[in-house]
Write a protein that binds this ligand. Structure first.
Ligand code: GAL
Length: 661
């Protein structure tokens, strides 16, 4: 049982706090209301560079000193931001070359945030200096609990095509390939006469007349993630040197920011922290929330993690910013908690009056304390305070979905067999099916140890290295059940088709080869035996030992296998909807000995375990009461839990074991 924050024994509760947007008289009221809401942790300073260093090298810490003192006096701990996502105007005035250049050559101006080039030496130096100055000033402050470096690396911009970036990319390539010959081979530059004769000719893959070399673009995506990571490491090391012992993190956006390879990043932070915002257009967006939480836990390697940001109600940056319904705030928070979060934080404490985010919800909304949102914020604070014993408990999963940022980068490039094929759509579909079946899912890198899982699912794993294929083979040979969907194992790490053809590295495992890809026309549907229909995709499969579970009945692959099984390895060549995915997942569950849960539809059940206890977190997403066959003590009400869960209600039951299974 591990605690993410030494000495903290409760669920951390609070949010981003930006008091510099308000006169200081407001701060006392903030602190009093935080006390009423049960807030015990706030993130400050995230966008305060211009206030902390109004002129180069001249610091003004007075206001932050007073803020620290006030928070400390109220027993509220501080997650201290380094403000490097938003350099001051003076920085860009002095260093115009540090501005981000987009792929089409646009130079991004001042007036927003996230607009410094990660590869600019001037930016690196200035960001490390302000981080070090903060560490010297506050490193020993008793209120300091956590360092929150930067904000959401990779958003709103990630790639930069400035001169500094091009030079840094070249150095990165020299390190990766050692010689130009190796680079030419890896990038397949014999194609379209792209062969390079000197390193100086190699550049970032800026916009060109037609499609740019996909291997070059894939490497640039890797370089971009690494360049951002180097920015984090530089700040982290400067802080650590001054302030050893206080954990350091940065807020990830697991599942929604494709620019950073979080498998690589996770090992560099002391605790994994995540930001998640609902997709307002999706009526079942709580499933996407669960996916993000499961992905975060997986990145954290099974350790508890913290939810650094979510919203109390509507955000302001989607086309239609739908407010949360009554009770949704608690349902969302407890789903994060049920999937491993040991902190529940929001963006932000008090709604901003001015600026681009004034229509974003907050813990303390514009309407003040006479509001539903405030009451729900206060109630949630009260409820979380009853869950101390849950802190540090773990979540276990028997199923893993493969997830690889490198594969996404490659697959999202242009000129693929069909614009309708999306790795993310397939991951969401399989996840959705597993969620509806009440099965907890981890995400795993294809080259990671899979032996702990009974079932591994690979949805549209386009880029799959030979190493990953060997890993999967070992897993299946060791008795694991494996399900792979179409358009998988197509290319290697350089986006080059595997010798032997599509899927070749797993040919023996799946007992088949894919002879030809047969994408469908827009809107075209095909029928499969067993009464199932699909769209988007079909394939011409030649069997090499696999048995056929379903066949295409019409369309370009009529008469050919659509779903196959080879021992405990399943392959599905059709795009099945969430309902129809049972045709491949049910037999796989049976093979793997996995029993789908019998919970009522729309009811989410999560389990955390500690050495001494099990905690069942139950969330009713429906608008009707449901039967709750759970025994044990409801920690939220401190009573024996009843047999009904009210519409939209939540429970945290202690000592209830496997009652729902
Ligand atoms: C996050 C960001 C916050 C705030 C929030 C609004 O991505 O980290 O600073 O902008 O979005 O939803």
């Amino acid at each position: 049982m591990s605690k993410w924050l030494p000495g903290v024994t409760s669920i951390s509760y609070g949010g981003d706090y930006n008091p510099e947007q308000w006169p200081e008289e407001t701060w006392a009221e903030d602190i009093e209301l935080m006390r009423q809401a049960g807030v015990n942790l706030v993130s400050i300073g995230i966008f305060s560079w211009a206030m902390l260093e109004p002129r180069p090298g001249q610091y003004d810490f007075g206001w932050m000193d007073r803020l620290f003192a006030l928070l400390h006096g109220a027993g509220i701990r501080v997650s201290l931001g380094t403000p490097t996502a938003s350099p001051p105007a003076w920085f860009f005035h002095q260093h115009p070359e540090a501005r981000v250049v987009t792929r089409d050559g646009t130079v991004l101006g001042f007036g927003s945030r996230g607009m410094a080039s990660p590869s600019s030496p001037a930016y690196r130096e200035a960001s490390v200096s302000i981080a070090r100055a903060l560490a010297r000033r506050y490193g020993n402050h008793p209120a300091l609990a956590l360092w929150h470096v930067h904000n959401e690396y990779g958003a709103p911009v990630s790639e930069c095509y400035s001169d500094d970036s091009v030079r840094a990319f070249r150095r990165w390539l020299q390190e990766r390939y050692g010689s130009l010959d190796a680079l030419n081979r890896a990038w397949g530059t014999a194609f379209w006469g792209q062969r390079y004769g000197e390193w100086e000719q190699v550049s970032a893959p800026a916009a060109s007349a037609s499609v740019v070399n996909p291997a070059q673009r894939l490497d640039f995506a890797r370089f971009t993630s690494d360049a951002l990571l180097q920015c984090f490491i530089a700040e982290r090391d400067a802080i650590r040197a001054e302030c050893p012992g206080v954990p350091i993190t940065t807020n990830f956006m697991a599942g929604s920011c494709p620019a950073v390879d979080l498998w690589k990043w996770a090992g560099e932070v002391d605790v994994v922290a995540n930001d998640h915002y609902l997709d307002a257009a999706d009526p079942c967006n709580h499933v996407g929330l669960a996916l993000s939480a499961d992905l975060t836990r997986s990145i954290a390697g099974g350790r508890p993690w913290i939810l650094m940001e979510h919203s109390t109600s509507a955000v302001n940056w989607q086309p239609r910013n739908v407010a949360k319904r009554p009770g949704e705030l608690a349902r969302n928070a407890l789903t994060h908690l049920g999937r491993g979060a040991d902190a529940v934080m929001f963006f932000q404490w008090r709604a901003s009056r001015a600026g681009a985010e004034k229509f974003h919800s907050a813990m303390l909304p514009h309407a003040g304390t006479r509001s539903r949102v405030w009451r729900e914020v206060r109630d949630l604070g009260e409820n979380l305070a009853r869950l101390d014993e849950v802190v540090g408990s773990e979540v276990r999963a028997e199923v893993a979905i493969l997830w690889d940022w490198e594969s996404f980068w490659a697959q999202d490039l242009e000129w693929r067999p069909s614009v309708d094929v999306s790795h993310r759509e397939r991951i969401n579909a399989f996840y959705d099916r597993l969620w509806r079946d009440g099965i907890t899912v981890d995400f795993a890198h294809p080259e990671s140890d899979l032996t702990a899982y009974k079932l591994v699912v690979a949805p549209a794993s386009y880029l799959l290295t030979k190493r990953a294929a060997s890993n999967i083979r070992r897993y299946v040979e060791g008795g694991g059940t494996f399900v792979m969907s179409y358009f998988s194992a197509i290319v290697d790490e350089h986006d080059a088709v595997h010798p032997g053809g599509y899927g070749a590295p797993l040919r023996d495992v799946l007992g088949l080869t894919v002879e030809e890809l047969l994408p469908l026309r827009a809107g075209e549907q095909v029928r499969l035996s067993g009464g199932v229909t699909s769209d988007v995709w079909s394939e011409d499969i030649a069997l090499e030992g696999a048995e056929v579970l379903a066949t295409f009945e019409d369309g370009p692959a009529a008469g050919k296998p659509a779903i196959t099984r080879h021992g405990s390895a399943y392959y599905v060549a059709a795009r099945l909807g969430v309902e129809d995915l049972t045709s491949v997942l049910r037999p796989a569950y049976d093979d793997a000995g996995i029993v789908p849960s019998a919970t009522p539809e729309g009811v989410e059940v999560m389990m955390r375990r500690s050495a001494d206890n099990d905690y069942l977190i139950v969330v009713n997403h429906t608008d009707r009461p449901v039967d709750l066959p759970v025994t044990g003590t409801d920690l939220l009400t401190a009573s024996t839990s009843g047999s009904k869960l009210e519409a939209g209600g939540v429970r945290v039951c202690s000592g209830s074991g496997q009652a729902m299974r």
